[in-house]
Design a protein around this ligand. Structure first.
Ligand SMILES: Cc1cc2nc3c(=O)[nH]c(=O)nc-3n(C[C@H](O)[C@H](O)[C@H](O)COP(=O)(O)OP(=O)(O)OC[C@H]3O[C@@H](n4cnc5c(N)ncnc54)[C@H](O)[C@@H]3O)c2cc1C
Length: 511
């Protein structure tokens, strides 16, 4: 497979040839990139009426819940098994409890997982491979106007995702009647009045069938279930992200996290343009994680493939962090971070159907602004599991009841609109538009108490905090008003207002 990209993606070829399991990672990247083809194919038909199930295959096991997808799925499943005693089956087409990325989060947020009873505080502490003194955000602007905004207690702990998920898997397997199966891909779900039958394919291709009361879809952005339930358009915006865990940089500061950093104006191409943004996070020992990403609408003409972005990453990396003579890549990290614009006062995305519940990136309810899909589940794990346990006990597993088991947060939905300003549009924007605007936001945040910036980057903003920031930015940088029209348009602007109205009506200042 690597040989096939030797001339088309020469830098990816060179670096991946030297990485452990490089070929396997390339395969995984290409399978995520298939997302773009899927958008133009007929809507998948994986949720089927029970009457369509052919006879023949036996049921290999019965459970309360089947999870398709073993990353955030296994975290949720462990709580349902350990805390509530449900029998769960987790299937994953790859290796369950292994992530293609690592996570950053603040210590106080991570510690909330101890309330689930699945982890002790000591175990959570042991998953933190490094914590930083502080972090900063900085956008490319003339030096005399450039504001580097320092933020404490935000994304300042690097978490070993596999270790955390490994503990969840262990706890799950300690409970009676629960099981985890790798190399087992979800293929279809047949729905009956009082149960579902999930069909999967093992590595030998032999179809398997399992019975349960409920299917939880945790297959991430590539989920065919999410694609079907959302009419073939499961996301409105995306944030393709690639990077590496490497060692041997000459200029990495191991005490400080670089939360967002841009080093140049938007990169223009024949197809449009992208405002590339970096992140840099120290990790275990000498390891340092660098990410390159951009925000975009799903429908833009830009190349949004991870493969193409990896080629750009390797080309531009030395402009961000200098690889020294001992530079070594330990592992690539990658994925498409999903985003969804809710055109209404509440959640307008389909995240549930009869006996089906979507979770994690499949539900696409996290904020793309700061990569916080893991943070979103940590914040919401209590209600996501308590409510579901109650519904399972009552066997109230219809679409409407399940829709209430969601990580939707009014503040996150409103804040996600800000991401639209960060999607560079070559037709309307000056090449440095995103940087200049974000630089002004940083100046405004710098004038406000720390809690504003912390709330913004931890998805915890209250409505009055967001309004304060928006008014101050508009006062300092009136261009943003015109940009609102060009970037959001009539539908987007009224949608933003609807989101804000929903947030205000929800009563609670945060959710
Ligand atoms: C590079 C990167 C860095 C990030 N950093 C952070 C961070 O610092 N902090 C934070 O809060 N968030 C972060 N995020 C976001 C976070 O990683 C995601 O929100 C989270 O991983 C979503 O988990 P998920 O289980 O929903 O989906 P995924 O992680 O995509 O996992 C989906 C799982 O489903 C499996 N699967 C797919 N198809 C099938 C099938 N047909 N059958 C069975 N299994 C299937 C896959 O093998 C995979 O294991 C980052 C994201 C990226 C891309």
């Amino acid at each position: 497979m690597l040989e096939q990209i030797r001339t088309t993606y020469p830098l990816v070829y060179r670096h991946f040839s030297a990485i452990d399991r490089g070929e396997e990672h390339l395969r995984s990247i290409l399978s995520i990139d298939r997302y773009w083809e899927q958008l133009s194919l007929p809507v998948p038909d994986v949720l089927r009426a029970g009457t369509r199930m052919t006879s023949g295959n036996e049921i290999s096991g019965s459970y309360d819940i089947i999870y398709a997808g073993g990353t955030l799925g296994i975290l949720h499943a462990a709580v349902m098994a350990k805390r509530y005693g449900f029998r769960v089956l987790v299937i994953d087409k790859g290796e369950p409890a292994r992530s293609t990325r690592d996570w950053n989060i603040s210590r106080s947020e991570l510690h909330r997982l101890a309330d689930t009873g699945v982890f002790t505080k000591d175990e959570l502490e042991a998953c933190i491979v490094r914590s930083y003194r502080t972090g900063w955000v900085e956008f490319h602007a003339p030096e005399e106007r450039r504001k580097r905004l320092y933020i404490d207690d935000v994304l300042d702990c690097a978490v070993d995702a596999d270790k955390l998920l490994g503990i969840a898997k262990k706890r799950l397997l300690e409970t009676e009647g629960s099981k985890v199966m790798g190399r087992t891909a979800f293929t279809a779900c047949y729905r009956f009045a009082d149960h579902v039958v999930v069909e999967a394919a093992g590595s030998d291709g032999i179809p398997l069938r399992f019975r349960a009361k409920l299917l939880v879809d945790a297959m991430g952005i590539v989920s065919p279930v999410a694609m079907q339930l959302n009419g073939g358009r499961p996301q409105t915006h995306v944030c393709p992200t690639v990077g590496t865990i490497a060692s041997g940089f000459e200029d990495a500061d191991y005490d400080v996290g670089e939360i967002l950093a841009s080093t140049e104006p938007a990169e223009l191409s024949g197809r449009g343009g992208r405002q590339l943004i970096w992140e840099g996070f120290p990790a275990r020992g000498e390891e340092y994680i660098t990410y390159l990403f951009f925000y975009d609408s799903v429908d833009s003409p830009n190349d949004k493939s991870l493969l193409g972005l990896f080629e750009t990453y390797f080309r531009k990396l030395p402009e961000y962090k200098k690889p020294g003579t001992g530079f070594t890549i330990h592992r690539p990290v990658y994925g498409i971070i999903p985003a969804y614009f809710h055109d209404g006062i509440g959640c307008t995305r389909v995240i549930a159907d009869d006996r089906i519940l979507l979770l994690g990136d499949a539900a696409s309810l996290g904020s793309p602004l700061t990569f916080c899909g893991f943070g979103s589940i940590v914040r919401n794990i209590d209600r996501l599991t308590t409510r579901l346990a109650a519904l399972l006990d009552q066997d109230a597993l219809g679409r409407e009841s399940l829709a209430g088991v969601s990580a939707f947060e009014h503040n996150v939905a409103s804040m996600a609109n800000l991401m639209k300003y960060m999607c560079y549009d070559a037709r309307t924007d000056e090449p440095n538009f995103v940087n200049e605007m974000m630089n002004e936001v940083m100046i405004v945040l710098d004038d406000l108490p720390q809690r504003y910036r912390q709330a913004m980057f931890r998805d915890e903003m209250t409505i009055d905090e967001l309004v304060t920031v928006m008014l101050r930015v508009a006062w300092r940088y009136p261009k943003i008003l015109a940009a609102t029209w060009t970037k959001l348009g009539f539908a987007g602007s009224t949608g933003f207002l609807k989101n804000m109205a929903g947030w205000a009506m929800a009563g609670s200042s945060k959710k």
